[in-house]
Ligand binder design. Sequence first.
Ligand code: FMN
Length: 386
Amino acid sequence: MAKGAASVSDYRALAKARLPHFLFEYLDGGSYDEVTLRRNVEDLQNITLKQRVLRDVSSIGVSTELFGKRWALPVGLGPVGLSGLYARRGEVQAARAAAAAGVPFTLSTLSACSIEEVAAAEPGFWFQLYIVRDRGFVSDMIARAKAAGCGALVLTVDLPVPGTRYRDYRSGLSGSMRGPVARMKQVLRRPDWTWDVAVRGRPMTMGNLEPVLGANAALSDLMGWVGQNFDSSVTWKDVEWVRSQWPGPLVIKGILDPDDARECIANGANGIVVSNHGGRQLDGALSTARALPSIAAAVSGRISVLADGGVRSGLDVVRMLALGADFALMGRGWAYALAGRGQAGVAHVLKLIEAEMRVAMALTACTSIGDIDEQILERTGDQATF
Ligand SMILES: Cc1cc2nc3c(=O)[nH]c(=O)nc-3n(C[C@H](O)[C@H](O)[C@H](O)COP(=O)(O)O)c2cc1C
């Protein structure tokens, strides 16, 4: 159990103290002026719940079903690139914590540990896919996810071009000739991380990208590959192409518009993630809390609606469900915990989320996940539009 941390924001502070500066900034930051990043958190926190009393809430169930499986909570760990660098073999630790808690873990294409390494430790996780220029690489990733027994394919579609993240420039992660020197200085200031991850966590390869980057690739090779290989010509035809290769649950991530949600249904998706990439892409875009209700109404129960962006507590999970989601994903929330305290930190955050969900449900008179709907929202003032 992690001493001294009682919330996601406590883990954020631990992550900041433990990670080299450029890694913390990569994790914590968003694109441009970070307007959407802030909106995600603030709009969700501003959703007011209706307190109800004197109902029997002595027995509360928090489990739910999604894609034919029972999960202990309506919460999953969303894909976070490079999370394997936040702790030693980080994606393996996070996958283990998620499995022990009975919730899904999603491995990013841009992970430090490969699909095969995570599958050997903890199979059944979901795999997140980007469609890059090299379609042979994409087909190969789908085949590897299938062979590893991944439970769902999460196709991320909100990155046809990468949004600029000022913090990555300032920290030396991208765009600067002095980057490697700056990063090395920052690493030397974090001896605990250096010993745990950079020394004992070897080999430091680029996980799933090893076949294209080679075994000795550096972080800058990965960033270069990402910059060169994202494909801005991707369309619904490519979704159809992915669908034809993946027989399991297909989830399209990065939906912020009801018409796009309808297109996902027409193209054979089993679910969507209402997401703006955690405010890391189109700065100024709607927060997910604001986008969610009209998307959930457009989908109208035909496929599953997952949502992320700003989820930092169990209260936030309840809010996402009340706004129309079937399931919430966390990004930074679990990654801060992984950086702060490894697997134990992620396990602890999931426990905190569950405990807070139970309190929120008791005080809104919900005894099962199915009870959580828009009836528990206070609709006053600005919120009438939610
Ligand atoms: C450091 C970082 C890396 C991310 N990498 C990926 C990724 O590789 N693939 C992806 O689909 N989304 C990625 N995301 C977006 C998350 O899956 C998710 O949409 C977002 O973090 C949700 O917002 P939250 O961090 O406020 O919970 C990343 C987010 C962060 C913070």
